[in-house]
Design a protein around this ligand. Structure first.
Ligand code: BDP
Length: 592
């Protein structure tokens, strides 16, 4: 899939704004013909989650089907073009109608999808777009569904979570990312893959293109407006190598970007063009080290969420700019897209400002009592889509295949079941992308014998010793972590990243002694872990959980929000933020 862009051959209309909205709790919309429009509705902002926006209309905790509608005038200049409705995401599933005709659907949450509306969208006329969005998961999904009854049956949390969800983040529903009507050439370039390498000091940019027509592709690579390399591809779907002498390499200190353009030719004429910013860099695992451009790196940063007041999980550009500003202020150099792929706009920003991104799939709490063939097939499909969408971003340095699989410590999460599962998934990932290391985020209940560890390149851990266990006892908790790190280091000659460690802190709560929920406890907890991680021979990164407080389903252990943020939900710093800023500033000065 090619990113929407405007040039001589491509154009688009932005369909963001207020859309009409109607909840469909009884799921009658399709049989009652809502695709043609409805008589009564509410307004909802797109991009946006419906929950907080429409809380007063009773939709705060609504999970189920809802419809969104809008009309769009199709410009006459779009005649003879291929017309595509493009959704940045629809969470978690969607069906789309154009002037009452079903034109496409998506069942990959947090992923873009396109519906071809050529023939339905008539240039010079109005197009009615209707989308049915459902924010419920299926049981065979890679973040499995759960209901209140399941909780009770499992005798675990019982009916204690509202809305019922397995993962610890709110199941927001809506069109969370920009919606566009694309006008493309009739037979466009449909995809391209860009990989970079460094050989004998020269940069190598390997490009593969895919197109529906044309008889050749020419490539031009520029740096600051000057052409530095060119190539032609024939036939289509071929591979071209662009060689750049003495390249400016991409890194957090200097995120140098080149502009690559592909021109599609047919009968000697250019019929399509697409552009993309390219960073020349390598990322490799050697022994227990992680190397960027051949040099050791240490990841300092956070697990984040796409979460903000009112807009919920939606792309919120002022928050995006603010968050990157705060990450820069606190001297972070990286983050993980916990627990799903983030908006493409976020990756663009990270490319331009030099942040290292661990790109996580939307798999949380895989439960190996119920994971089956279909779950694995879904996981492969999600992997394929995510790699296709994000592989051309230099900021993406690693694929995290799942967060906390086997999260109950269930006996079924063993070599036999899970080993085969990870064999199949890691093989698929390596077939698709040979340039990036693979990881998972291990839950402490699955322990140090996680079957994923021998299959991935980087061992990822989430640990809460000193919080969920050994509460109020930071030293004891840190000692438990140290022991686990040593066992892992002995058993696997691989780098280790602590992807989560954190403690809830209520902004303004203080104590002179170690006391859960105070700002001092959070600060001391994080400092104790950092002391350990920064000095361990196999540890190549520390990601604090979480960047900011975020909304999750209601539960007695959560005070309105998950409070493990180093910043509040409206991005005010807690005490720990100043400690991290000093600590990470020093690491940066030491060149780590
Ligand atoms: C971890 C999960 C994360 C939670 C965190 C917590 O990966 O999603 O928010 O715990 O409990 O297990 O705060």
């Amino acid at each position: 899939m090619i990113r929407p862009q405007r040039n001589r051959y491509r154009n688009y209309l932005e369909l963001d704004g207020l859309w009409r909205f109607r909840a469909d709790p009884d799921d009658v919309g399709e049989t009652e013909g809502w695709a043609n429009g409805v008589d009564t509705w509410l307004d909802v902002a797109v991009p946006g989650s419906w929950n907080e926006q429409l809380a007063e209309a009773g939709l705060m905790n609504y999970t189920g089907a809802a419809w969104l509608f809008r009309d769009v005038f199709v410009p006459e200049t779009y005649a003879d073009q291929k017309l595509i409705l493009r959704f940045g995401s629809a969470d978690f599933r969607a069906i789309v109608w154009a002037n009452g005709a079903a034109v496409g659907e998506s069942n990959l949450p947090y992923m873009p999808f396109e519906c071809d509306v050529t023939g339905h969208a008539i240039p010079g006329e109005t197009l009615r777009v209707a989308v049915k969005v459902t924010n419920l998961f299926d049981y065979d999904w890679i973040t499995p569904a759960i209901s209140s009854e399941d909780f009770e049956r499992e005798n675990r949390l019982k009916d204690e979570v509202f809305p019922a969800t397995r993962p610890d983040f709110f199941p927001y529903g809506g069109l969370h990312r920009p919606v566009k009507l694309l006008a493309l050439p009739k037979r466009p370039i449909t995809a391209w893959e860009i990989e970079t390498d460094i050989q004998d000091g020269a940069g190598k940019v390997v490009v593969r293109t895919h197109a529906e027509g044309g008889d050749g592709v020419s490539l031009v690579l520029k740096r600051r407006g000057e052409t530095v390399a060119q190539a032609r591809l024939a036939p289509l779907s071929g591979v071209a190598n662009l060689i750049v002498d003495a390249p400016d390499l991409w890194s957090p200190d200097c995120p140098a970007l080149y502009e690559l353009t592909a021109f599609l030719e047919e009968d000697g004429e250019i019929v399509d063009a697409v552009s993309q910013l390219v960073g020349i860099r390598t990322i490799k695992v050697v022994g227990a080290s992680l190397l960027l451009n051949g040099e050791r790196i240490f990841l300092r940063g956070f697990g984040k969420h796409e979460d903000a007041p009112i807009s919920g999980r939606a792309l919120n550009l002022p928050f995006l700019v603010k968050d990157f500003g705060l990450m820069r202020w606190i001297n972070a150099n990286s983050f993980r897209t916990s627990h799903y792929p983030y908006a493409e706009e976020m990756l663009d920003y990270a490319d331009r400002h030099g942040f290292l991104v661990v790109s996580e799939l939307a798999s949380v709490n895989l439960d190996f009592r119920i994971a089956d063939e279909q779950t694995l097939a879904n996981h492969k499909r999600a992997l394929e889509a995510q790699i296709a969408r994000d592989r051309n971003h230099p900021c993406v340095i690693m694929w995290c295949l799942a967060n906390e699989p086997g999260y109950l410590g269930e006996a079924e999460y063993n070599e036999e079941n899970a080993g085969l599962y990870w064999d199949a998934l890691t093989q698929k990932a390596r077939d698709l992308d040979k340039t990036r290391p693979l990881t998972t985020a291990n839950v402490q209940y699955a322990g140090v014998d996680d079957p994923a560890f021998s299959r991935v390149d980087v061992i990822g851990l989430n640990r809460y010793h000193g919080w969920y266990n050994a509460p109020g006892q930071i030293e004891r908790g840190a000692e438990m972590v140290r022991k686990e790190l040593d066992v892992l280091h002995r058993n696997h000659a691989k780098p280790i990243i602590m992807f989560e460690f954190g403690a809830d802190a209520l902004h303004g709560e203080h104590s002179t002694t170690d006391q859960l929920f105070t700002e001092e406890y959070q600060e001391n907890f994080l400092a104790a872990y950092c002391d350990l991680l920064e000095n361990h021979p196999a540890c190549v990164g520390e990601h604090v959980w979480n960047f900011a407080d975020f909304r999750t389903s209601q539960h007695f252990r959560r005070v309105v929000l998950n409070r493990k943020g180093v910043f509040t939900r409206d991005r005010r710093p807690k005490r720990a933020a100043f400690m991290l800023r000093d600590r990470w500033g020093n690491l940066k000065k030491e060149g780590r």
